[in-house]
Write a protein that binds this ligand. Structure first.
Ligand SMILES: Nc1ncnc2c1ncn2[C@@H]1O[C@H](COP(=O)(O)OP(=O)(O)OP(=O)(O)O)[C@@H](O)[C@H]1O
Ligand SMILES: [Mg+2]
Length: 373
């Protein structure tokens, strides 16, 4: 993966003239999704890495592939970039079928987790590399490089080498190098994975701002649900080579379509009552004061089994008398850590508004397994 990463940047920057003319399409160009994947499938021997994916990504969208390790995110990205040939299915960019085209004939560039910067080159040389390979005139290169570095807020860093930069700065050089050719689509595979939490959160905000600036379509891979919810216009939740749900962050979080999405995006909090399975997100659940009769709420009694004080919030794990458990999160408005921890072992009544309980359908996988035929 790392080796291909370095090569990919070279290829992506080469920008040879397209090998095949664009297929005329019935849809008007501005009606076309920027990226369309249809029935995309990839196997390695017995391993089904991508099991048939259909996605449409709009121009300028910040689109995230979110899913656990091994769910097929990188493989999907590599098929879009052209480093991997699908067993079946079609990749279209702006309405043009590029499935058979090599990476350098696609208007796509990639930023990898390890950035794949050239260690012996300066920031300026790294960023200009793609244009150099294209034999762009020196003055053009300098101008575009200055623009790209300004965009990632690294003006004046031209003569440093990657070794003389922080992790976040290296990440931004990789980004500048990828956007200098103004690709139609930028693919980012866990680009913040190597950064510590603080820097990661800062870069999330910056990356999003840069994307707004350049207006390029971003396809972003992460297994971090917070990152996906913070940054994305839309998210595709991956599981075992399939997409379980595609939607805006609030939709995915508030209305997960099945148990997998419920558990992967957020705390699962799944309960079964009277044959109904539903979930309530931890921040929606109230712990009632003894005097509160919980009017209008759906309530349950239970015992606080565990308390975790986390500075801004405290997480309570409640064993319910009627079976099952719920995680409840409360902002520490006035509560001290000692007060929070004292709650362990206490009897409580928890409650939520009926509309905050979201039905959780069976997973397709589960349904299949339970099917007697
Ligand atoms: N070149 C390969 N040869 C064989 N199996 C592969 C190859 N590349 C990926 N796989 C397998 O395909 C599946 C999907 O891999 P992929 O790299 O797409 O997952 P991912 O979602 O990116 O995971 P992670 O979050 O760990 O990066 C995994 O089971 C993986 O082991
Ligand atoms: Mg991966």
């Amino acid at each position: 993966m790392e080796e291909t990463a370095a090569i990919s940047v070279d290829d992506g920057g080469r920008g040879r003239p397209a090998g095949q003319p664009a297929e005329p399409s019935e849809e008007a160009p501005d009606q076309q999704p920027d990226v369309r994947l249809s029935g995309l499938r990839k196997t390695y021997g017995d391993v089904v890495a991508v099991a048939g994916i259909d996605l449409e990504i709009a121009r300028g969208e910040f689109f995230t592939l979110l899913g656990p390790s091994g769910s097929g995110k990188t493989t999907t990205l590599r098929m879009i970039a052209g480093f991997e040939e699908p067993d079946a299915g079609v990749v279209e960019l702006g309405g043009r079928d590029v499935t058979q085209l090599p990476p350098y004939d696609r208007e796509v560039n990639t930023v990898f987790q390890d950035y794949a910067l050239f260690p012996h080159m300066t920031v300026a040389e790294n960023v200009e590399y793609g244009m150099l390979v294209q034999r762009a005139p020196k003055s053009d290169r300098a101008k575009r490089r200055a623009d790209a570095l300004e965009m990632v807020r690294l003006s004046g860093f031209d003569s440093r080498t990657p070794r003389e930069l922080s992790g976040g700065q290296r990440q931004r050089v990789a980004l500048a190098r990828a956007i200098i050719n103004r690709p139609r689509v930028l693919l980012l595979d866990e680009p913040l994975g190597a950064l510590d939490l603080k820097l990661r959160e800062q870069m999330q905000v910056e990356l999003k701002a840069i994307q707004d600036d350049v207006g390029i379509t971003f396809i972003y891979v992460t297994h971090d649900q917070d990152e996906a919810l913070t940054m994305s216009d839309r998210i595709a939740v991956f599981n075992e080579g399939r997409t379980e749900q595609v939607g805006a962050p609030a939709e995915i979080y508030e209305r997960p379509v099945n148990r997998f999405v419920t558990g992967f995006v957020g705390i699962s909090n799944v309960l079964e009552r009277d044959g109904r399975r539903f979930t309530v997100r931890p921040e929606k659940i109230r712990m009632l004061e003894p005097a509160d009769d919980g009017a209008g709420l759906q309530t349950e009694r239970g015992v606080i089994r565990d308390v975790a004080y986390a500075g801004m919030v405290t997480r309570y794990l409640v064993d319910l008398d009627a079976g099952g458990e719920l995680q409840v999160v409360r902002l520490n408005l006035e509560t001290s850590s000692a007060e929070a921890l004292e709650q362990r072992g206490r009897q409580v009544t928890v409650g939520w508004r009926p509309e905050q309980a979201v039905a959780v359908p069976e997973d397709p996988e589960e349904t299949r397994m339970e099917d007697p035929k």
